[in-house]
Design a binder for this molecule. Structure first.
Ligand SMILES: Cc1cc2nc3c(=O)[nH]c(=O)nc-3n(C[C@H](O)[C@H](O)[C@H](O)COP(=O)(O)O)c2cc1C
Ligand code: SF4
Length: 430
C-alpha cells in the first residue's frame, strides 16, 4: 500500500495522519483515483481519531420534547453512523433554558448525561464518533417565550419586543454554563463538542459589528467583540482537559450589510489559532435572526413554514416571508470561495460545509487542503451516502435543495422525499 504525507502545512492542533493513497483495496476506487487525500482513511481531530473525513453537520432533529436524549434521537444518529460518516453531530443543545432557540431542545444539565452516554455507545457501536453542538440562542431565544438576550438590545420580531442586553455577571454565568456543559459531555463519553458561534446566536451576535454596539470591553473593535466568544472557547477547552475534540462553528459572513464578514472573520480564525482553544473550525455563514437563507441557499419553503406555525406567526410568514426569506441560487459547495480565504490564513484544521453533494467536490476540497467535509441535507436525504461513495458511486446526492426539511424540525426532522417508513428516528415514540 502506498502512503503519502497528506499534511499540507504544520498543524499545531490536529496533526493529519498519513493516509493510504487512491482508495486502494476499496471497490469502485476510480471516483477517488486522482485524489491526493483519501477521504475514507482515518484522520486525527485533536485528541480523537475519526475513521474518515466525513462529518454529519448539525441539523436540529426535533426529537427531544423532554429536553433530554430520546430513543428517536439515538436511532437517528445510529442511522447516520451506520451510513458511514466518521463523526455525527447532535444538533443544537442549549447550555441553559434561557439559551433555547426552539421549544424542544436538549438543555445541558446533569439529567442529560445518561442519555448522551447511551447515544455515544450506540454511535460507537457503528464505528463512528459523536459530537454535540452547544450554544446559547441569544436574541433567537425569544422564539421560545424567553425575553431574548443580546449584546445590545434589539427588537425581536420573534417575541414582538426588545431583547435585554447581557451584563458582566451574565457573561460570567454564561461562560460557566458553556464550561459546565462541556464537562457533562466528557462525563457522558462523547468524543467532540462543537461550540456554536454562528447563525446569529449569542456568541455570533457579539462578533457582529451591527448587533454589538456596546461601548465597554465587550464591544467596539474586534479584539473586544471577540473577547466573550474566545473566553467561552477557553472555558470549554479547559473543562474538557484534552479529552474531547473542540470544534468552533464560525460564521465567515452573516450575510447582512454591516454584519460580521471576511475582513474580521479571517482575523478571528487567526485569533483562535493563536489561542489554541480549538481543534478545528467548521466554516458557516448566515443568520437565523437576520438572513437564514444565506446559510441554506435555494428557495425558502414559505408555504410549509407557515403551515408549521400557529396564528399569528403563520399569517405573518405568508405576508412578509418573501421579504424576510430571500432566495439565493443554490450552487455546489457554495461556501468554498469564502472558505478558501481561511485556508490561506490559518493552519488549523478546517471543516468545509455548505452544499456538498458530490464525490468530486469532496475530493477537490480535500486536495485544496480542507481537512474534513460536513454534510447536512445530503445526509438527511441519504443517510448512507458516505457508504455509497465509498463503494464507488459517482452520482450526486439525491437532495434537491428544496429546503422543505427546514419546517420539519418541529415534529421530527426529516427529508420530505424519504418515505415515512425509511426515515431515521421515526419508529420509536419516546
Ligand atoms: C433541518 C435543518 C436543521 C438545522 N439545524 C442546525 C442546527 O441545529 N445547528 C447548526 O449549526 N446548523 C443547523 N443547520 C445548518 C446545517 O448544519 C448546515 O450548516 C446547512 O444545512 C448547510 O449544509 P448542507 O448544504 O450540507 O445542508 C440545519 C440545517 C437543516 C437543513
Ligand atoms: S427536504 Fe430533502 S431534498 Fe429537500 S432540501 Fe431537505 S434533504 Fe434535501
Amino acid at each position: 500500500m502506498v502512503f503519502e504525507e497528506t499534511a499540507v502545512r504544520d498543524r499545531p492542533f490536529g496533526e493529519v495522519v498519513p493516509t493510504p493513497r487512491s482508495g486502494a483495496g476499496r471497490p469502485g476506487r476510480s471516483a477517488w483515483q486522482d485524489s491526493k487525500m483519501d477521504p475514507f482513511a482515518p484522520a486525527r481531530l485533536g485528541p480523537i481519531e475519526l475513521r474518515n473525513r466525513f462529518v454529519k453537520a448539525a441539523t436540529f432533529e426535533g426529537m427531544t420534547p423532554d429536553h433530554i436524549v430520546s430513543d428517536r434521537l439515538i436511532e437517528f444518529h445510529q442511522a447516520m453512523a451506520a451510513g458511514g460518516v466518521g463523526l455525527t453531530t447532535v444538533a443544537y443543545c442549549a447550555v441553559s433554558r434561557e439559551g433555547c432557540g426552539t421549544p424542544n431542545e436538549i438543555v445541558l444539565g446533569p439529567e442529560a448525561v445518561p442519555g448522551f452516554a447511551r447515544l455515544a455507545e450506540a454511535v460507537h457501536a457503528e464505528g463512528a464518533a459523536l459530537s454535540v453542538q452547544i450554544g446559547h440562542a441569544g436574541a433567537v431565544a425569544a422564539a421560545t417565550g424567553h425575553r431574548g438576550r443580546s449584546p445590545s438590545p434589539i427588537f425581536s420580531p420573534l417575541a414582538m419586543r426588545r431583547t435585554r442586553s447581557v451584563d458582566d455577571s451574565d457573561i460570567d454565568r454564561i461562560t460557566g454554563e458553556f464550561g459546565g456543559a462541556a464537562k457533562l459531555l466528557v462525563d457522558a463519553g462523547v468524543d467532540a463538542v462543537e461550540v456554536h458561534l454562528g447563525h446569529g446566536y449569542l456568541l455570533s451576535e457579539f462578533l457582529s459589528p451591527k448587533l454589538n454596539r456596546r461601548q465597554d470591553r465587550w464591544g467596539g473593535p474586534l479584539a473586544n467583540r471577540s473577547r466573550f466568544p474566545r473566553q467561552v472557547l477557553d472555558a470549554v477547552r479547559s473543562s474538557t482537559s484534552g479529552r474531547l475534540a473542540v470544534i468552533a462553528k464560525v460564521n465567515m459572513s452573516d450575510g447582512v450589510p454591516g454584519g460580521f464578514w471576511l475582513d474580521e472573520s479571517v482575523e478571528f480564525a487567526r485569533m483562535l489559532e493563536s489561542d489554541g482553544s480549538v481543534d478545528a473550525i467548521e466554516l458557516t455563514a448566515g443568520s437565523s435572526l437576520e438572513n437564514p437563507m444565506y446559510l441554506f441557499r435555494g428557495e425558502p419553503p414559505i408555504r410549509e413554514m407557515s403551515a408549521a406555525f400557529r396564528f399569528p406567526m403563520n399569517i405573518g410568514l405568508r405576508l412578509v416571508g418573501k421579504k424576510f426569506l430571500h432566495t439565493y441560487p443554490f450552487e455546489e459547495a457554495y461556501l468554498l470561495p469564502f472558505a478558501r480565504q481561511f485556508r490561506q490564513a490559518v493552519s488549523l484544521p478546517l471543516i468545509l460545509l455548505g452544499g456538498i453533494n458530490r464525490a468530486d467536490t469532496v475530493q477537490s476540497a480535500l486536495d485544496e487542503g480542507f481537512d474534513f467535509v460536513a454534510l447536512g441535507r445530503s445526509l438527511l436525504r441519504e443517510p448512507d451516502l458516505v457508504n455509497k461513495l465509498r463503494e464507488g458511486s459517482s452520482r450526486a446526492s439525491l437532495c434537491i435543495h428544496c429546503n422543505k426539511c427546514m419546517p420539519t424540525i418541529y415534529r421530527g426532522t426529516h427529508c420530505v422525499l424519504v418515505p415515512e417508513a425509511e426515515r431515521p428516528g421515526r419508529r420509536r415514540a419516546s
